[in-house]
Design a protein around this ligand. Structure first.
Ligand SMILES: Nc1ncnc2c1ncn2[C@@H]1O[C@H](COP(=O)(O)OP(=O)(O)OP(=O)(O)O)[C@@H](O)[C@H]1O
Ligand SMILES: C[C@@](O)(CCOP(=O)(O)OP(=O)(O)O)CC(=O)O
Length: 431
């Protein structure tokens, strides 16, 4: 082998990258597209990026150097998946960007027309209303960008991730992220941007009450399409509600004004589910457990307000599924968690072991002795005011997390061997 051949081989061998990306949970919900082809929304939205140390997608992408074909293959959680039209589009668009670079500079390794292997894992339930498509597609776009050595700026990777799933464009940034709907027909002004970084409001955190970890009946894509076609309430939401809410919630975030943030968040979740009910035929994402969570939080906010003078201590929000995401400040987590426990007692015998059920939330479960009496009184007052207290049935798991950063490149080329999801032969490692 000549020196030149060796250099070329070494270069093409390193065309692999592994990335991780976070989940984001919206407080102003995206629901509806004005262009399916360009993945453009009917309204702006805003989300909080959750810490990827708790919830994350991890994806490796490898360019198969000695391949003759332009195959693209995807393994999700260890199983090969059929590639959807959207992922195909994402891959084709990114390959085209690489081909343009190679056409301009013939010294670049040829990566654009080689087979691409993609492997991804989620460390939480997939397609269960926990925004796996957001972290998953964001991660894929970041890993392809690195594997194809495109080095695109984050806003451009965000726009590419959007082709895979709308909400994914927000997972490209940490902290508080807006997706401005834009108005141009080509979608060039429909972009995500960071409103405030993950360090802006360090007290903000989230408790996710998992009511179901199974796949939902109506996927978001199909659900929102039917809503756009049939719901008059959606039109009102788009024109008269969201524009004002986007401005108000951005202001609340900048000012760290939890009362305003919480009220807008809960109202927007309520309206999103009202729009689902206004869809014909109707879509139901909330279940009885979700309704019980709403009653509990509403009562708790009311009782707590007399004590701390704040209008709201906790804000709930629900995506396209029954799981509740509670946004609250760190100092209130322990009390809220113990209240949730009193309302939804965790039955170790019937469910997951305690560690699995609570995860990181376990640190908050036991009340310090000096708080026991005060908390018991508050608990009694809240619980006596909430209906359905005696009912059985409850939560599958509780996840405690904070606000986190955007995607991370975990390794590239031969420096990424240890973190890679691939074996030497370019096929996924056993999980
Ligand atoms: N890590 C991943 N890599 C690539 N694609 C993924 C990944 N995780 C999820 N997906 C894709 O996203 C789909 C799930 O999206 P869906 O919108 O149905 O659920 P969700 O994102 O969990 O819920 P929601 O967006 O309503 O909160 C999966 O079937 C898969 O096609
Ligand atoms: C309820 C939501 O979570 C809907 C998310 O929808 P998706 O982004 O999953 O839909 P597609 O763009 O069709 O892939 C609200 C939100 O995240 O803003």
């Amino acid at each position: 082998m000549t020196v030149q051949q060796k250099t070329k081989k070494a270069r093409t061998d390193t065309a692999e990258a592994t990335a991780s990306a976070p989940v984001n949970i919206a407080v102003i919900k995206y629901w509806g597209k004005r262009s399916e082809a360009l993945m453009l929304p009917t309204n702006s939205s805003l989300s909080l990026t959750l810490d990827q140390d708790q919830l994350q997608s991890k994806t490796s992408v490898r360019v198969i150097a000695d391949s003759e074909s332009e195959d693209a293959r995807l393994w999700l959680n260890g199983k090969e998946e059929k590639i959807t039209g959207r992922v195909r589009n994402l891959v084709a668009t990114m390959r085209k960007l690489r081909a343009d670079l190679e056409a301009k500079d013939s010294s670049l390794p040829s990566l654009a027309n080689k087979a691409l292997h993609m492997a991804s894992i989620n460390n939480f339930p997939t397609a269960a209303g926990l925004a796996s498509s957001a972290s998953g597609l964001a991660c894929l776009a970041v890993a392809i960008d690195a594997a194809l050595q495109l080095n695109l700026p984050r806003p451009q990777v965000s726009a590419l991730a959007r082709l895979g799933s709308g909400s994914a464009c927000r997972s490209l940034f940490g902290g508080f992220v807006a997706w401005d709907m834009g108005s141009k027909p080509d979608g060039s002004d429909s972009v995500a941007r960071q409103v405030a970084s993950e360090t802006h409001w360090p007290e903000m955190c989230a408790l996710i009450l998992v009511a179901s970890a199974t796949q939902k009946e109506m996927p978001s894509t199909a659900g929102m399409q039917t809503t756009v076609e049939t719901s008059p309430l959606l039109q009102h939401r788009i024109s008269a509600v969201v524009p004002e809410r986007m401005q108000s919630i951005e202001k609340a975030i900048q000012a760290r004004d939890f009362d305003s943030f919480a009220e807008i968040t809960m109202r927007d979740s309520n309206q999103f589910h009202a729009v689902c009910l206004d869809t014909f035929p109707p879509i139901f994402y909330l279940n009885h457990v979700s309704h019980r969570v709403i009653s509990l939080i509403t009562k708790y906010n009311e009782v707590k307000s007399k004590e701390n003078g704040r209008k709201y201590t906790v804000a709930y929000t629900f995506d396209a599924g029954p799981n509740a995401v509670l946004y609250l400040l760190k100092d209130d987590v322990a009390e809220v968690l113990r209240l949730v426990n009193a309302f939804f007692p965790h039955n170790v015998a019937a469910g997951a072991a305690s560690d699995e059920y609570y995860g990181m939330a376990k640190q908050f479960v036991h009340a310090p002795a000096d708080k026991v009496k005060a908390e018991k009184d508050l608990e009694t007052e809240v619980l006596k005011g909430v209906k359905h207290f005696e009912e059985k049935g409850g939560l599958k798991r509780i996840i405690y997390t904070t606000i986190g950063d955007g995607p991370r490149i975990l390794g590239t080329g031969s420096n990424g061997r240890e973190v890679s999801l691939f074996k030497e032969d370019g096929f996924p490692k056993e999980l």
